[in-house]
Write a protein that binds this ligand. Structure first.
Ligand code: KG4
Ligand code: ZN
Length: 359
């Protein structure tokens, strides 16, 4: 029953957790949202400084909450990529320090793999996702569909060609004046749509037929242009509808709700349809939803409705960056005896999946 510390600092959350097997004994997250909000996005220099300032206290709190002493730890798991180099370095150096001081193994975790393992949290082995699994990984920095054939063995089926899904949520929220982070803000704005306000605007769906790839920048641009009143007549009719060709009006809360709901619908429809198509082609034993955007309730509902396999999604607080998923990913590394070398360095562009040999 190994006791593992998980350390996550790849972006703007300092998050540490103690897990015993699949059970989370503690999870403490210090978010930096307040520091980044006024810039409308994460400022890397501020992020690494904040990690340095808070990591020791977050570590102490995680130990206290788990009611374990530091020398009871059996291993230290840490995200070493992908992510912001300066932020990753803080967590990696901290984890190296603890692992060296204790003489316990260091486990180097791929952040995207950790997002996938968020669906393993709290589940005993018999209830964990059976493999192979089709994984939809949608976060602020990445959007991919993979076929997870075995642990640490993902084949890339498709990925975004431009913005990540979470990034699209963040950029559209900024343009609509909804604040940061954009995902929860758009979800809340869309939720304010009521029956009298009219249907969600019909924004374009970027299908990229015949591939599992995504492209969200055209959708984002459609929102920019609709808001700025720069649509052509045909486009205007398509988006705003024939019977109700009201252009987007600034300051009208229902127009804002229709735009937010229309954007959310478009992105979710594409993600759900591509996942369902991958399930039909690759016949997996399960489907795993992962990454910050997996917190989106409409996405969760639509994926549930469109795949006919056991679906695994993390509890909402485990969708966004957290130390528990890192510790859980570390447990599988420990199990296989895959320890990190002393000179493990950060890998800001580390990938999740291998490209398929032929498709
Ligand atoms: O996985 P994550 O915490 O960090 C990265 O690894 O990128 O994902 C953060 C992203 C942000 O872009 C945020 O807007 C998005 O996840 N997100 C959501 C929701 N909650 C967070 N997107 C849509 N709906 C949500 N409820
Ligand atoms: Zn993440």
């Amino acid at each position: 029953m190994p006791l593992i510390l998980g350390v996550e600092t790849s972006c703007d959350d300092t998050s540490l957790a103690v897990v015993r097997d699949w059970q989370v004994l503690s999870l403490v997250t210090q978010t930096q949202l307040a520091q980044h909000r006024r810039f409308g996005g994460v400022v890397p220099e501020i992020a690494s400084r904040r990690h340095i300032a808070t990591i020791a206290a977050v570590f102490q709190a995680a130990l206290e909450e788990a009611r374990v002493s530091v020398d009871a730890l059996d291993a230290v798991a840490v995200t070493y990529g992908p992510g912001l180099a300066g932020s990753l370095l803080v967590g990696l150096n901290f984890a190296k320090g603890i692992s060296t001081a204790l003489g316990k193994p260091l486990l180097g975790v791929n952040h995207l793999e950790a997002h996938v393992y968020a669906s393993w949290i709290g589940l005993e082995p018999a209830r964990q996702p059976p493999l192979p699994a089709v994984c939809l990984v949608v976060s602020g920095g990445h959007s991919e569909i993979t076929l997870m054939r075995a642990h640490a063995d993902h084949i890339l089926l498709g990925r975004t060609r431009d913005d990540a899904a979470g990034e699209a949520f963040d950029k559209v929220a900024r343009v609509l004046g909804l604040g940061f982070p954009g995902g929860p803000a758009i979800e809340a704005a869309a939720g304010a749509l009521n029956g009298r306000g009219g249907p969600p605007y019909r924004l374009p769906r970027p299908w990229l037929e015949g591939t599992y790839d995504f492209s969200f920048s055209g959708l984002k641009t459609a929102v920019y242009r609709a808001r700025a009143g720069k649509l052509g007549p045909a486009e205007q009719r398509r988006i705003f509808g024939d019977e109700d060709p009201t252009p987007f009006r600034e300051g009208d809360p229902q127009a804002l709700a229709r735009m937010a709901a229309g954007f959310q619908e478009a992105i979710v429809e594409v993600l759900a349809a591509k996942t369902a198509a991958a399930v039909a082609e690759f016949d997996p034993k399960s489907v795993v939803l992962a990454g910050g955007v997996a917190a989106n309730r409409l996405l969760r509902e639509r994926i549930m409705a469109s795949v006919d396999r056991p679906l695994f999604m993390p509890a909402i607080p485990h969708c966004t960056d957290n130390g528990a998923m890192v510790a859980l990913a570390g447990a599988f590394l420990l199990d296989r005896g895959e320890f990190a070398a002393d000179d493990l360095d950060v890998r800001p562009t580390l990938r999740l999946a291998k490209d398929p040999v032929t498709r």
